[in-house]
Design a protein around this ligand. Structure first.
Ligand code: ADP
Length: 190
C-alpha cells in the first residue's frame, strides 16, 4: 500500500466528507476535517467558534492564521504517525505552504491529493439537498452557496497548481453513486 498521508480536495458538495468516512475505515487513519472542527466550535459557542461563524455564514474562508493554528495543533498529536486524512485543508495556497512547513519539521510529506471534481450546477443541486436534510446554515442561502463556489475557484482551486507539479494530484470523477466514487478512490491505494 502506498503512503497514507492524504489530502481530500474538491469543491463544496463534492462529497469529501462522505468519502472521507469510508476512506478512514479503509486506511485506518484519523479523519481531520476543518469544517467539522469549526462546526464543533460553533455548536459549543467557543471563542474560536464565534469568530469562525462570521466567515462561514458568508461562505468565506476563516482567516488562514486561525485555520493554520488549529490544524497545526491537531497535527501535533501522535495519532497521525501512521497517516492522516485531511478533509477541507488546505483550502488556500498559503495554507498549503504552511502545511508543508508543519510537516517538514517532522520529515513527513503528503502522498496523495485526492481531487474529487463535480460541475457547478451539480454543486448547487447537492448543497440544496443537504440543506434540506442536515439544516446546515451555510447550505441554505443561494447567495452563500455562490460565494462558496467563488471562494473555491479563487482561493482553493489554485492549491492544485501547487500540488500538480509535485505529481501528487489524483483526479477523481465525483459523479456517480457513493460506492462508484469510492471504488475510483480505492484504486489509488491498491
Ligand atoms: P464545504 O461543504 O463547503 O466543503 P466544509 O464543511 O469543509 O464545507 O467547511 C465549511 C466552512 O468552514 C467553509 O465554508 C469555510 O468557511 C470554513 N472552512 C473549512 N475549512 C477551512 C479552511 N481550510 N480554511 C478556511 N476556512 C475553512
Amino acid at each position: 500500500m502506498s503512503g497514507k498521508n492524504v489530502i481530500l480536495f474538491g469543491p463544496p458538495g463534492a462529497g469529501k466528507g462522505t468519502q472521507a468516512a469510508k476512506l478512514r475505515d479503509l486506511l485506518n487513519v484519523p479523519h481531520i476535517s476543518t469544517g467539522e472542527m469549526f462546526r464543533y466550535h460553533m455548536k459549543n459557542n467557543t471563542e474560536l467558534g464565534q469568530t469562525a461563524k462570521t466567515y462561514t455564514d458568508k461562505g468565506q474562508l476563516v482567516p488562514d492564521a486561525i485555520t493554520i493554528a488549529m490544524v497545526k495543533d491537531r497535527l501535533s498529536r501522535d495519532d497521525i504517525n501512521a497517516g492522516f486524512l485531511l478533509d477541507g485543508f488546505p483550502r488556500s495556497v498559503p495554507q498549503a505552504e504552511a502545511l508543508d512547513t508543519i510537516l517538514n519539521a517532522t520529515n513527513v510529506s503528503i502522498n496523495h491529493v485526492v481531487n474529487i471534481s463535480i460541475q457547478d450546477d451539480e454543486i448547487r443541486t447537492r448543497l440544496a439537498k443537504r440543506a434540506a436534510i442536515e439544516g446546515r446554515a451555510d447550505d441554505a442561502d443561494p447567495k452563500v452557496i455562490q460565494n462558496r463556489i467563488n471562494t473555491y475557484k479563487n482561493q482553493s482551486e489554485p492549491c492544485l497548481g501547487y500540488y500538480r507539479p509535485q505529481g501528487l494530484v489524483r483526479d477523481i470523477d465525483g459523479i456517480g453513486s457513493i460506492d462508484q466514487v469510492f471504488d475510483r478512490i480505492k484504486k489509488i491505494f491498491n
